[in-house]
Structure formats: C-alpha cells, structure tokens
Design a protein around this ligand. Structure first.
Ligand code: PBG
Length: 342
C-alpha cells in the first residue's frame, strides 16, 4: 500500500486523514495501541542497615532505606497495584570480602529484609532479589576473581548457594544478574534439591556491559570497589556482561537461559536496547522484562532539575516506549510516580 493510494491522491481531498484520530484526548486514548498501567511496573529499592533514609546523590529522589521503610514501600506497592519489588542490599564495607561469603549468611541484610517484607505483605507483593556477588565483594565484581580473571564455574557454585539462601528467606523470584555461563540450570537444580521448586528464576539474560549502571554502583558502594579491582587486573565487567555491539548474541543468551529453566527473562539496560527487547519478544514469546537502569533514571532527573525536560512526561514517555518495544514488565525507579499518574 503506497502513500499515494492511502491518501487517494487522485481525488481533490485525501480520503484518509490520519490527523482526524488525533483531534481530542478521548479519541487519542481510544485508539492508543500501548498503555502503561501499574501492573506493568516493578519497583527497585535499596536497603541499608541504618535507621535513617539516605539520599543517593546520582539518583535524585531515590534513597537507601532502612528495613522498616522498605516494608512500608512494599505496602505502598500493593496499594498502588505494582505487583513486585526488587531489593538491593547496601552492604557495609566490613562485610565485604574478596570471595563475598557474606552473601551466604542467612541472617544478612537482604535475608532480614525479605523476612520483614513477607511478614507484612505475604504473597501479595512479589519479592525479587539479585543473585550475584557484587554487593559483597571488595572488588565489586559479580563473581570470584582469581589470577586476574572472573572464574565461571567456581562462581556458579557460590551463586547456587546464594539463591537457596534467598529462597529460604522467602524471596519469590531469584534473579541471577551475574552473567556466568550455565548458572540458570545450576540454580534451578539447587533450588529443586532444597525443596524450593516454587521459586521463580528471572534471568538477566541479555545484560550488557553498560556505563548506565554507574549510579547504581555508587548507591551500593561497588563503584569504588571496581576501581580497586583495576590493580587486580579486571576493572570492568566486559568479560562477562555483553558487548553493546551485539544482538544475535542476546538471542543466544536468552535461548540458553530458557533451555536451562528460566521462567522470566530480562533485557538490560532498556532505552539503549529497545531493538533487543523487540527481537527477544518476537522470537521467543516469553515473559520479557526490561530494566530502565539507574543511569537512564539519572539522565531524566538531571535534565528535569535543570529545567530542560518535563520530568513527569519524560518518565512516562520513556516507560511507554519500553513497553511498546515488547516488554511485559518494566523495572523502573519511577514506578511509584508513574503508578500514581496512571
Ligand atoms: C549487579 C547489578 C547491577 C545492576 C543490577 N544488578 C550493576 C552491575 O551489573 O554492575 C544495575 C541496575 C541499575 O543500574 O539500575 N549485578
């Protein structure tokens, strides 16, 4: 169908005027192809072991929260219609070690937070937790560092235990964000062997080595740690996270993770990966999540603070575009704000 055919160029007037459907707000709403509702959102939260909220400088409007505030946020999520929260622990420097063993302590901060949230919201709000070692390692890497390399299989063995500890604390969805090969199958096996077969796996399947995670790493204190990793030989995560140049490889990552037992898969970051989200959803037709990461949030907030963007509209438009590209659910720090606007 060529443009001249649709517009009826032979007549005096165009037969189709696409602007007709854009005249009124009710009409634009009526013909909207994509809608964002609170049910599409997942709210990431940072928890720390202090009594007060602490602002995260590079993420204006986001705080490190005491456990009791996370519990309140979970209750808010429920009343706003946000189905799930994703919890990230800010681990004290005294508890960080080269091998990140504190991740396996069933009384660590994240486990206590899960228990407190479950006590309040039960199974009404989903609790998602990362499986990766970066909050717990002195070098800030997601895996074990040996002789200047991130070792794969040794890391997977620790991640299996971490996933079981999180599941036993009451986490509904474990989310391996480490990008080791073979970890989904290993974690599925470990969960099942420990009677945690109901626990879901959300695989960060197509996770790119992205500069847009910077503010998140600041929030966790793992950025500075990654700097020290330089002297150990691995300053960045490019040997395990994906090269932003690649898309076919993302499909292979997703295919493997599904084969290994992933229930849900994630693409991350979101706004620089709309093509990846689209291809993944088209190819596999599985529940596909996208993470609008800390740097995406920071950019919008910084421009808004300068008066260069309308923050509410920028946040909504960005999330709408992520949904339009094929995401079934979007992790976003704007979740409560957008849910209130819906
Ligand atoms: C840790 C992890 C990261 C994010 C989520 N889980 C950072 C990283 O991989 O370095 C980033 C989230 C964000 O930037 O908002 N594996």
């Amino acid at each position: 169908m060529s443009t001249s055919e649709t517009r009826g160029s032979l007549g005096r007037f165009p037969t189709t005027r696409l602007r007709r459907n854009r005249q009124y707000e009710w009409l634009r709403d009526m013909v909207a192809e994509t809608r964002v509702s609170p049910h599409d959102l997942i709210w990431p939260l940072f928890v720390h072991d202090k009594a007060e909220c602490e602002p995260i400088v590079a993420m204006p409007g986001v705080n490190r929260l005491p456990i009791k505030e996370v519990v309140k946020a979970a209750a808010d999520a429920k009343s706003l219609g946000i189905p799930a929260i994703a919890l990230f622990p800010v681990v004290g420097s005294k508890q960080k070690t080269v091998d990140g063993q504190h991740a396996l302590d069933p009384e660590n901060l994240i486990c206590r937070t899960i228990q407190a949230v479950r006590a309040e919201t039960g199974d009404d709000v989903g609790i998602i937790c990362d499986v990766a070692l970066d909050p717990y390692t002195t070098h800030g890497h997601d895996g074990l560092l040996k002789n200047g390399r991130i070792v794969n299989d040794g890391t997977v063995a620790v991640l299996q235990q971490q996933a079981v500890v999180l599941a036993q604390a009451g986490c509904h969805i474990v989310a391996p964000s480490d990008m080791m090969d073979g970890r989904v199958r290993a974690i599925r096996t470990a969960l099942d062997e420990n009677q945690q077969e109901q626990v879901e796996i959300l695989s960060y399947a197509a996770k790119y080595a992205s500069v847009f995670y910077g503010p998140f790493r600041d929030a966790l204190g793992s950025h500075a740690a990654l700097g020290t990793a330089k002297s150990l030989g691995v300053a960045d995560k490019k040997t395990y996270q994906m090269n932003p140049a690649n898309t076919d490889e993302a499909l292979r990552e997703v295919a493997f993770d599904l084969d290994e037992g992933a229930d849900l898969i994630m693409v991350k970051p979101a706004m620089t990966c709309l093509d990846i989200i689209y291809r993944v959803k088209q190819t596999f037709g599985v529940p596909t999540l996208a993470y609008q990461v800390s740097g995406e949030y920071a950019m919008i907030q910084a421009a808004t603070a300068n008066g260069w963007l309308d923050g509410d509209q920028a946040a909504s438009e960005a999330v709408l575009a992520i949904k339009r590209s094929g995401a079934d659910s979007i992790l976003t720090y704007f979740a409560p704000k957008i849910a209130r606007q819906c």
